[in-house]
Design a protein around this ligand. Structure first.
Ligand code: CO
Length: 156
């Protein structure tokens, strides 16, 4: 089954509603990554790597610039490398109201919302949706950004 952001949201809501303490997931190894974007249409990292020992990945995107999301929006979207262009094109058509990610796009493995200068956004997803040996990339799907805002995501 492919991961979807809706499932993440649902899982988080269920966890919050049932009052399950975080320690209930003590067996989880949540690996945290950070990446930032700037007003020059750049990420600060060309590569992110996650160990196969991680059960969950938490990616925090920070916008180190000052421009608003309407002018210099950034998100962080994880895809198979083979899907990058198609996801970027579909995202452009979906518009800012959809965070430049086509609703229900099954090729999107994980995605943050689009943020502007001074803001941050986080997405968490399980490594069970990843396969060792597959080639993954991350990108910003704001129109025109992915040619410079992309990087390699290594897993395993
Ligand atoms: Co961007």
């Amino acid at each position: 089954m492919r991961w979807s952001r809706d499932l993440v949201a649902a899982a988080l809501l269920i966890g919050a509603a049932s009052g399950i303490p975080h320690t209930a997931h003590a067996a989880d190894d949540v690996c945290k990554l950070e990446i930032s974007g700037n007003d020059l249409m750049q990420y600060d990292k060309k590569e992110l790597a996650v160990s196969g020992d991680c059960t969950q990945v938490q990616v925090t995107l920070k916008h180190a610039g000052t421009l608003p999301k309407e002018a210099m929006g950034h998100n962080w979207v994880l895809v198979r490398a083979a899907d990058l262009s198609a996801v970027a094109n579909a995202g452009m058509a979906a518009g800012l109201q959809n965070n430049y990610v086509a609703p229900g796009d099954k090729r999107v493995i994980a995605a943050t919302k689009v943020i502007g200068g001074g803001e941050s956004a986080t997405v968490t997803f399980p490594t069970s949706v990843l396969k060792k040996g597959e080639s993954y990339m991350y990108l910003c799907t704001y129109p025109g950004h992915n040619s410079s805002m992309r990087g390699t995501f290594k897993f395993g």
